[in-house]
Design a protein around this ligand. Structure first.
Ligand code: NAD
Length: 255
């Protein structure tokens, strides 16, 4: 059976638990014919354990996206394993506890800087680290949480996601001439580790119960993963700098 990622080689970050959007992306990518490599943070052992639940075995490489040494050796590891890349998935977000949960007015810049570095700047650094392996063009896909709005509890992750959305547009501008497309999926709330680290996340998620046109299940990361796989495929050939909402349609509803 042919898949929409047949013959594609994809690097996927962010597989931590089965609740990770990246885990479902990796599973769907393999089912659709891709060869993948996973990166792991904070420890390869955690990601390796979860990777055993994927349809096919896959190499796992340690990558702290704020560590220049890790980024520096990534290209060689990818070359040795896959011989090149057609896609990159950035599924990484982090903000220190004092940058979340209603502490917006008191967060020190140090914590804001960490959130920005790991959650936004890293889309650029991950992409440029992998660039030598993307000789035939390709697709870079990241994950955002709609940064047009101020959300309860989300605090400095909001400006970090706004920065990520802007970084995506600048990457699209600069990489278009290499036929590399850069896009984001704007996902609705999913009860992953990243979400659970936001105090009051459940309160945020209840907005979807009352306002989302399509029913939304916070326990199901698969729709977001399907969106990522679609953007990795050849079926969005002239789309770049875009943000595709996989949020049940909530972004379209005023009240
Ligand atoms: P998750 O906790 O499963 O994934 C977050 C990942 O970020 C983890 O795998 C973690 O290892 C990785 N990470 C954190 N710091 C890192 C670092 N320094 N270097 C490398 N990796 C690092 O949660 P998730 O919900 O699957 O999150 C994936 C992406 O989706 C994030 O960008 C998140 O902001 C975004 N997103 C999540 C939701 C949601 O409600 N869960 C909604 C919209 C967008």
């Amino acid at each position: 059976m042919s898949g929409i990622l047949d013959g594609k080689r994809v690097l996927i970050t962010g597989v931590l638990l089965e609740s990770s959007i990246a885990f479902h992306t990796a599973k769907l990518a393999q089912e659709q014919g891709a060869e993948i490599i996973l990166t792991a943070f904070p420890r390869p052992t955690l990601t390796e354990r979860v990777a055993k639940k994927l349809p096919k075995p896959t190499k796992v490489v340690e990558l702290d996206v704020s560590n220049d040494e890790h980024l520096g050796r990534l290209s060689d590891v990818v070359a040795a394993e896959l011989g090149g890349l057609d896609g990159i998935v950035h599924s990484i977000g982090f903000a220190p506890q004092d940058a979340l949960g209603g502490n917006f007015l008191n967060t020190p810049f140090e914590s804001v800087a960490t959130a920005m570095h790991v959650s936004a700047f890293s889309l650029k650094s991950l992409t440029t680290a992998c660039l030598p392996q993307m000789q035939n063009g390709g697709s870079v896909v990241g994950l955002t949480f709609d940064a047009q709005y101020a959300w309860p509890q989300y605090d400095w992750m909001g400006p970090a996601k706004a920065a990520l959305e802007s970084v995506n547009r600048y990457l699209a501008r600069d990489l278009g001439e290499r036929n590399i497309r850069c896009n984001l999926i704007s996902a609705g709330p999913i009860g992953s580790m990243a979400a659970k680290s936001i105090p009051g996340f459940e309160e945020l998620a209840t907005v979807w119960d009352s306002r989302s046109p399509l029913s939304w299940d916070v326990k199901d990361p698969e729709p977001a993963g399907k969106g990522v796989v679609a953007l990795l495929s050849d079926w969005f050939p002239k789309t770049t700098g875009e943000i595709v909402h996989v949020d049940g349609g909530l972004h379209a509803i005023g009240a």
